[in-house]
Structure formats: structure tokens, C-alpha cells
Design a protein around this ligand. Structure first.
Ligand SMILES: C[S@@+](CC[C@H](N)C(=O)[O-])C[C@H]1O[C@@H](n2cnc3c(N)ncnc32)[C@H](O)[C@@H]1O
Length: 339
């Protein structure tokens, strides 16, 4: 049975909760109704690296959903940890205390196991970060540093809880269902606890966002109905603005815009969207993240990207980004409103 937790886990014997080492950006503390969590100890601005951490243990090679077998595979990994790391791991939150202990902890800390599941990690501090549907940080794996990074994507005033998103998007009913099923809690974040009328508006936007996502992801439409796809991107960007979305959904949208423009040889807009993608990625994952480094060269030379030039339908030169326009006029140009 998955208990809904209100009591924080205790630090392992002989240890204390980790604190930030060189800086004092956060502390681990009990949070009402959520167990432990991270609290900002000073004002944090968007784009700040809040923390980065190597995993205690990863699920790489854990290839089954058979808990018996997974437990044995995890036990092998666990046995190679230092005694201190073993203690820290065993003290992490466990929503499935009646099941196998190691897979219980792994499942409780956000990472599915089994065929097709992406390998994930369990972390001493990052695994203490609670969920919000309107997160103020974004987590990402940086393969170059071999660390998970946590970047602020909003202003986080001192004393505020630092929250990531375990699950993105969809209306509140859908989000609640998934969070309850996989993590055993009812979400009371700022978005889920909006007054009824406001929640209804927000939910309608989220449903529309899902429909727009389908249009944007439709390869045939991207090829043959590019105007419709760019309109869908434009509408989605407005929804993100209204809903205050600052997380990875934003960079994904800019990437889609970059691709559709580039595919139809609109180098000017492709450059702008590649730049917006890079700014969003830099904020959420740093300028040493693979995604940022991979796309950055295409801000200058979008035509070198694989997506370039399937048609010449929207052909522009890379140098024709208009200069000196006001914000509204630039937006009209960017989204091809007058085209
Ligand atoms: C990865 S752990 C997060 C850290 C955990 N609170 C702890 O004490 O270690 C995930 C668990 O934290 C709790 N949790 C996370 N976000 C929550 C939220 N928004 N509301 C209530 N509980 C939450 C749930 O019990 C969830 O299964």
C-alpha cells in the first residue's frame, strides 16, 4: 500500500541532512504534508545552478518490471556503494515499504524501471525535491559532467520551497490521477489549488495545449501545412505565457518552431527560434548542457542543420531578421501573421 506521507524521513544514523557545500542556496527541511523538501535560504534568480549531483545509484541495466529480479539487480549495485552511501540511500523516501526495499526506494524517487524505461538515478539531495505542477526548477542530466543539474527557471524568494515537476502538463484532473497513482499524493501546488473558476480556465488551456502539441508533432502537417503548424506554435506560446510555463516545454516549443521554419528554408526565423531555444536551454540546463551546445552553432548557420530545406516555401536569407522593430511588430513578423 502506498501511504500518503506527512512525516519526514529521519536522517540516517550518525549523519545529518546534506546542506549546500560552498554556498547556502538551500536547506533540507520538513514541509507540511510532504515529508522532507528543499527550501531556498536566499533569493535565487532564474538561470542559477541551484545544485548538481552525481547519482547514488542508477537504474542502468535494470531491465525488468519483475520486482523480484529488479531487486536482485539493484542489490548488486547497492552492494558496491560505500557504507555511508548505503545509509543515505536507505534513508530516502519509500512509498512502497511493503515491497522490495531497494526497488521501493527507486520507484518512489521518480524513476520507472524496466524495458523501454529510460535509466534514471537516485540522488542524496535531488531526490528530496518535491513536486509542483508549476515548478521553479528544472532537472536535467548533464552527460559531460556526469551529474544531474537543477537550475532555477523562476525567481525563488528566500524561504520558498524549491520544486521540480514529476509530471508535466494536462488538466489538473489528469495530473492528479498520475501523481496519486505513481507517487501516492494529492497535489496542492499553486496551480492545482487555484479557485474553481481560474482552475477551469487553466484546465481548458492545458487541454488545448495537448491538442496543439498533436498538430505540432504531426510530421505530415509540418511538411504540407506548415502555416497551420506555426499558428499552433504561436497559440501554444501564448498559453505558456498565460500559464507562466518556464520549464522544458518552452525550449521544446522553440525547437519545433526552429525545425518548421528551417524545413521550409526560412533561415531568418529559424535563427531567431534557435536563439530562443538556446536561451531557454541555458536557463534550464546551463551553457555546458549537450542540448545547448548542439544547437548553438545553428543560430549562425541554420542551413547546416538536418532539418533545412525540404521546401523553399518560406525562403528567407539568414541575414534578413528585421532590426529596430517594436516588440509587437517583431512578433507579427516572427509568427508570419501578415504572410
Ligand atoms: C522524490 S520524494 C521527494 C522527497 C520526499 N518528500 C522526502 O521526504 O524525501 C517523492 C515523495 O515526496 C512526496 N511529495 C512530493 N511532492 C509532493 C507534493 N507536492 N505534495 C505532497 N507530497 C509530495 C510524496 O510522498 C512523493 O512520493
Amino acid at each position: 500500500m502506498a501511504p500518503s506521507r506527512t512525516e519526514p524521513d529521519s536522517p540516517p544514523n550518525g549523519t545529518s541532512y546534506p546542506t549546500s557545500d560552498k554556498n547556502t542556496l538551500w536547506k533540507i527541511a520538513p514541509i507540511d504534508g510532504k515529508g522532507l523538501g528543499l527550501i531556498a535560504t536566499q533569493d535565487i534568480t532564474p538561470g542559477t545552478l541551484v545544485l548538481s549531483e552525481k547519482p547514488l545509484l542508477t537504474t542502468e541495466g535494470v531491465t525488468t518490471i519483475d520486482l523480484e529480479v529488479a531487486e536482485a539487480q539493484l542489490r548488486q549495485k547497492f552492494s558496491s556503494l560505500s557504507p555511508h552511501s548505503q545509509k543515505v540511500f536507505m534513508a530516502l523516501h519509500n512509498n512502497h515499504p511493503d515491497d522490495k526495499p531497494l526497488s521501493g526506494i527507486v520507484r518512489s524517487n521518480g524513476y520507472p524501471m524496466g524495458p523501454g524505461a529510460e535509466a534514471g538515478g537516485v540522488y542524496e539531495t535531488i531526490s528530496r525535491i518535491n513536486h509542483s505542477c508549476s515548478p521553479n526548477v528544472v532537472q536535467a542530466w548533464n552527460p559531460l559532467a556526469e551529474k544531474e543539474t537543477v537550475y532555477a527557471v523562476r525567481e525563488i524568494p528566500a524561504g520558498t520551497e524549491i520544486c521540480t515537476a514529476y509530471h508535466f502538463g494536462g488538466p489538473s484532473s489528469e495530473r492528479q490521477k498520475i501523481l496519486k497513482m505513481f507517487f501516492g499524493f494529492e497535489c496542492t501546488c499553486v496551480l492545482c489549488s487555484l479557485p474553481e473558476e481560474k482552475l477551469k480556465v487553466s484546465d481548458e488551456r492545458m487541454v488545448e495545449a495537448q491538442e496543439l502539441d498533436e498538430v505540432i508533432g504531426d510530421a505530415k502537417k509540418v511538411r504540407f501545412h506548415a502555416d497551420e503548424v506555426l499558428d499552433a506554435c504561436h497559440r501554444l506560446s501564448k498559453i505558456f505565457e498565460q500559464e507562466g510555463v518556464k520549464d522544458d516545454r518552452l525550449s521544446r516549443l522553440y525547437y519545433d518552431c526552429f525545425q518548421v521554419c528551417n524545413m521550409h528554408s526560412d533561415l531568418a526565423r529559424a535563427r531567431v527560434f534557435a536563439k530562443q531555444y538556446c536561451s531557454a536551454k541555458k536557463m534550464a540546463a546551463g551553457d555546458d548542457s549537450i542540448e545547448y551546445l548542439e544547437i548553438k552553432p545553428f543560430v549562425k548557420n541554420p542551413q547546416k542543420h538536418d532539418s533545412f530545406g525540404s521546401t523553399e516555401q518560406w525562403k528567407t536569407s539568414a541575414g534578413s531578421v528585421p532590426k529596430g522593430l517594436g516588440r509587437r511588430a517583431f512578433e507579427r513578423w516572427l509568427w508570419r501573421e501578415d504572410a
